[in-house]
Design a protein around this ligand. Structure first.
Ligand code: AHR
Length: 497
């Protein structure tokens, strides 16, 4: 295979990489909360009932923001059901996942967990069956000093000081016909505007995320966003987008090219934001919050109702392979390349439900998709650089021509952090990386690859796919040369003179 040339210039920057791009999402869904994060009867439970083993596995990923409590769940959720003495909290039917919800984990438990894990909470309010006023009361409960009804309730429940929750989602996927309380764009926008005004009046410091199009596949794609942004005006700080990549037809090269689809979705959503900003003659730019993203296609459809009448059912427990991990890395590359307009992103989700971590009884498994996140965790600070990739590639049906190498680069002081996906199914790709002749030495280099696209880790065989050192990265005459294996993700840190 011909060499792929990558050209960089430290002055050709895109934007600082917002660390909130590396957030997560925890929903009351299947075993994400119960038996995932929270399991008081586990041998791993701490004094709060949180599973120490799960938290220890999440810690190295250095997730920044954590979205909660849904997802589809939130559109039928009343936050008051989840606060106060646990014995007095109601057990309810959750309509989103057809499950039994005992409300043993709620706002105070989640916010305590965020403190423990150093996560910035991102709460989604219920704009399905909830009222704008209920959302405003939740802001009061979380953020206002004691002295009024809901702030006093927080104090009574054990938290004297306000939690200062800064990020609030105005509902979840309200454009989706599956959503509880789904309404047309105009109606959602009015509801969201009413909520936004009261929530912001309660606490002017909060930042609000409007529900944008949750998939490119609905007929309302982009029209929805246009309507919502026009109506919300300056109340919207961000608009959300979601994406779950899939390989239902088993076409690997096409699947690996989904990164192009992610790029395109981001650029289209940003275009609507810029269009509405210009039409409104507003100086305020609305940024993108990619607050649900992942690979997810094996456990969709009829599986949704498997929880009927059950508590903590096995739902959406997707088992990921090497190809999925490369697509997850592709999401990260795309976010970094679009650091100028995407400011937040949340992996959906973090444990058991569509997650890099699975629990089974007292055991825990790190799935393939854990590793790209881990490899990026200590390499993601800095400024995203424009990346010129010149090399061979292939044609796809949905995404046109793609290169074998998909890349993103972050400049952190004098260090280049380079992320490289090799989409070639069979061939290693030689790469030459240039940055004005200034590359001095290799600081570190790791690779994720494996025997085949469908290789995965299991409880029986845990270390099939994990990050390993990438050898043979050479620096010569100020440029770096390396060869990346087929179907791989590499993270290479290089120091500049
Ligand atoms: O993450 C699983 C589900 O995907 C969420 O509940 C919903 O928002 C999306 O459709």
């Amino acid at each position: 295979m011909n060499t792929t040339h990558i050209y960089l210039h430290p002055e050709f920057t895109i934007a600082p990489v917002d660390q909130r791009l590396f957030g997560g999402f925890l929903e009351h869904l299947g075993r994400a909360i119960y038996q995932g994060i929270y399991q008081p009867d586990s041998i791993h439970a701490d004094e709060n009932g949180f599973r120490r083993d799960v938290l220890a596995a999440l810690k190295p990923l250095r997730l920044t923001t954590m979205r909660y409590p849904g997802g589809n769940f939130v559109s039928g959720y009343h936050w008051l059901d989840g606060v106060g003495p646990k014995t007095e909290r109601p057990t309810l039917n959750d309509l989103a996942w057809c499950s039994i919800e005992p409300n043993q984990f709620g706002t105070d438990e989640f916010l305590k967990l965020c403190r423990l894990m150093d996560w910035q909470p991102m709460l989604a309010c219920n704009l399905g069956t909830g009222t704008p006023e209920e959302a405003r009361h939740w802001v009061e409960y979380c953020n206002l000093p004691a002295g009024t009804k809901y702030a006093d309730l927080r104090e009574k429940n054990g938290s004297k000081d306000p939690y200062a929750v800064r990020f609030w989602c105005l509902g979840n996927e309200m454009d989706g016909p599956w959503q509880i309380g789904h309404v047309p764009a105009k109606e959602y926008a009015i509801r969201a505007q009413q909520a936004a005004k009261m929530m912001r009046d309660a606490d002017p410091a909060i930042e609000l995320i409007a529900c944008g199009s949750c998939t490119v596949d609905l007929p309302t794609y982009l029209d929805w966003d246009h309507t919502v942004l026009e109506q919300l005006g300056d109340f919207a700080d961000y608009i959300s987008l979601h994406r779950y990549a899939e390989n239902k037809d088993g076409n690997l090269p096409e699947y690996l090219a989904s990164t192009r689809g992610i790029d395109r979705q981001i650029e289209e959503m940003d275009a609507v934001c810029r269009f509405v900003q210009a039409r409104r003659r507003s100086s305020k730019r609305v940024y993108l919050s990619f607050d649900e993203w992942n690979v997810w296609y094996r456990t969709t459809g009829p599986e949704f109702t498997n929880g009927r009448g059950k508590f903590a059912a096995h739902l959406l427990e997707e088992e990921f392979d090497l190809a999925d991990a490369l697509v997850v890395a592709g999401f990260l590359n795309s976010f970094i390349r679009h650091a100028d307009c995407v400011k937040m992103a949340n992996l959906a989700q973090v444990v058991n439900a569509i997650a890099p971590i699975l629990t089974r009884g007292n055991e825990l498994l790190l799935q393939t998709t854990y590793f790209p996140l881990l490899m990026a965790a200590n390499r993601r600070k800095g400024i995203s650089l424009q990346v010129k990739v010149d090399g061979p590639g292939y044609e796809t049906e949905k995404f046109g021509a793609v290169k074998f190498i998909d890349a993103s680069v972050i400049l952190d002081g004098n260090r280049l952090n380079v992320f490289l996906i090799n989409r070639s199914v069979e061939e290693p790709v030689p790469i030459r990386l240039e940055c004005l002749g200034r590359i001095k030495e290799v600081f570190s280099a790791e690779v994720l690859s494996g025997p085949s696209a469908v290789s995965r880790n299991s409880f029986e065989n845990r270390n099939v796919i994990c990050n390993r050192p990438l050898n043979l990265v050479h620096v010569q005459n100020g440029a770096a040369e390396l060869t990346v294996p087929p179907l791989s993700f590499s993270a290479v840190s290089l120091d500049l003179v």
